[in-house]
Design a protein around this ligand. Structure first.
Ligand code: 5GP
Length: 207
């Protein structure tokens, strides 16, 4: 039987650079896969169905929610976001490491259900850097940006509930830090029981 993959939860304010960090990580670590969330928000320019999100109506989302199809969900900025459960479970069973890029409300639900998940909080170096990034992105209206900035400040107070915090000042360094965290987590004794038994058997059968 394969060891289960890591369930990796990455949170942080919009504009912290989570998406960029995750796509860089996947270039370095081919065993990483990305869980595609479902949302009721409108697609941004360039976003694609099934790649960035599964875009659904509020009614469709609520129906799936009632069926218990989500691993976690949250209402963020007046829209629903959720992680479809079945696909994530299958990937973990196949030994893949699965990244969930989700908000703090969802992360805490996952933490209750999966205490052995790896919880990483990505933070921009300052609120002014975050504000510049959100304005520079040019994808959101000013009132949306303002909401995101005030939510960022209040969420930061909960960052201590994660296992790791990574400041995304210089992208390459932030990616390396997250990669190091994942490599170390994958080597934990508690995650390698089968491997230890195999190694033990090899040592015992050697003359
Ligand atoms: P955005 O609208 O910028 O794509 O995402 C807004 C926020 O929703 C981000 O903080 C993002 O991490 C979070 N988010 C995206 N997908 C999910 C999800 O499946 N569950 C939860 N709880 N949050 C999500």
């Amino acid at each position: 039987m394969k060891e289960r993959g890591l369930l990796i939860v990455i949170s942080g304010p919009s504009g912290a650079g989570k998406g960029t960090i995750c796509s860089e990580l996947r270039k370095e670590m081919p065993n990483l896969v990305y869980s595609v969330s479902m949302t009721t928000r409108d697609p941004r320019v360039g976003e694609k169905e099934g790649i960035n999100y599964f875009f659904r109506t509020k009614e469709q989302f609520e129906e799936l929610l009632a069926q218990g199809d989500f691993l976690e969900y949250a209402k963020v900025y007046d829209n629903y976001y959720g992680t479809p459960k079945a696909h994530v479970m299958d990937l973990l069973d196949e030994g893949k490491h699965v990244i969930l890029e989700i908000d703090i409300q969802g992360a805490m639900q996952v933490k209750d259900a999966f205490s052995d998940g790896v919880f990483i909080y990505i933070v921009p170096p300052s609120l002014s850097v975050l504000s510049n990034r959100l304005n520079g992105r040019g994808t959101d209206a000013q009132d949306v940006i303002n909401k995101r900035l005030s939510l960022a400040s209040s969420e930061l107070a909960l960052a201590h509930r994660y296992d790791y915090i990574v400041v995304n000042d210089i992208l390459d360094e932030a990616v390396e830090k997250v990669a190091s965290i994942l490599r170390a987590e994958a080597c934990k004794i508690s995650r390698n029981k089968e491997k230890i038994q195999d190694i033990y058997k090899q040592y015992m059968t050697k003359e």
